[in-house]
Design a protein around this ligand. Structure first.
Ligand code: URA
Length: 254
């Protein structure tokens, strides 16, 4: 059989699942009642006073992430540190690292959740339908990723099937996000949706949190509805508009 590498196999599987495949079928049927059950394992011999095995020092992926992120001297260094980080399983299923888009040094930094399929393909955050709405929202208050906004996500790799980020994935990526904000040094941070709120504020409940200025990583921060939520709930655009005006006023006065 032609050899297929891990990433190609995972991408092929991902593609089949996206097409709706939910079962693996072999070339020939297998009679599961006729498959011999495995022989029982022999019991381990009992050795009196045997020394207990030395504890294995498991690597701590969060500590490794923290050290790597803190050592990054600038945004390019941080990107390189993420590219070199091998402890997050999401990386293996993703086509691209999605690091950031927009203007470095912008007054506004937007933090979203995670790349979707379009972002994974292109390697930039917010390029799909939610991103197009985000661009319109920004344009409504004279901002744009081309001129005045810097954008990133909590997770830099696409979760399979766009599932929610797992707590351990967020914990690994949090040091990178914290360093990202420190290095980008925006005046204000806009926190899009519940997952970004959970990561940066330690709480969720975007319907209550949105619109109230708070602080994240030492910066004034504004939680807002995520554009993907607005696509599903157009009635909430009214609140999003109020939040955009609040952002505009803050930038004008700040
Ligand atoms: N949703 C996000 O939170 N981020 C993206 O980059 C795209 C969609």
């Amino acid at each position: 059989m032609e050899s297929v590498d891990y990433y190609a196999a995972l991408a092929a599987l991902d593609w089949q699942i996206e097409l709706g495949a939910d079962e693996c079928i072999a070339n020939a049927p297998v009679d599961r009642y006729d498959v011999p059950s495995p022989a029982p394992k022999p019991a381990a011999p009992v050795v009196a006073n045997a020394p207990s095995p030395a504890p294995v020092m498991a690597e701590d992926p969060v500590a490794i992430a923290r050290a790597a992120a803190e050592a990054a001297p600038d945004l390019d260094g941080l990107r390189a540190a993420l590219e070199a980080y091998e402890h997050c399983e999401l990386k293996r299923g993703a086509r691209n690292l999605v690091f950031s888009d927009g203007v470095r040094g912008a007054r506004v930094m937007i933090v979203g959740e995670a790349p979707g399929r379009d972002e994974d393909r292109v390697g930039k955050p917010f390029v799909g339908a939610a991103g197009q709405l985000l661009d319109k929202m920004l344009a409504a208050i004279d901002l744009s990723r081309e001129a005045s906004v810097y954008i990133t996500n909590v997770l830099p790799w696409r979760p399979p099937q766009n599932r929610d980020p797992k707590p351990e994935e967020v914990a690994m990526m949090q040091p990178f996000l914290q360093r990202h904000i420190a290095l980008a040094a925006p005046e204000v941070v806009v926190i899009m949706g519940n997952h970004a709120c959970q990561t940066l504020l330690g709480k969720r409940g975007i319907t209550r949190l949105r619109g109230d200025w708070t602080e994240a990583e030492g910066k004034p921060a504004l939680p807002m509805f995520h554009p993907a939520y607005l696509l599903r709930n157009p009635a909430a655009k009214r609140e999003a508009w109020a939040d955009l005006l609040s952002l505009k006023a803050r930038l004008r006065n700040g």
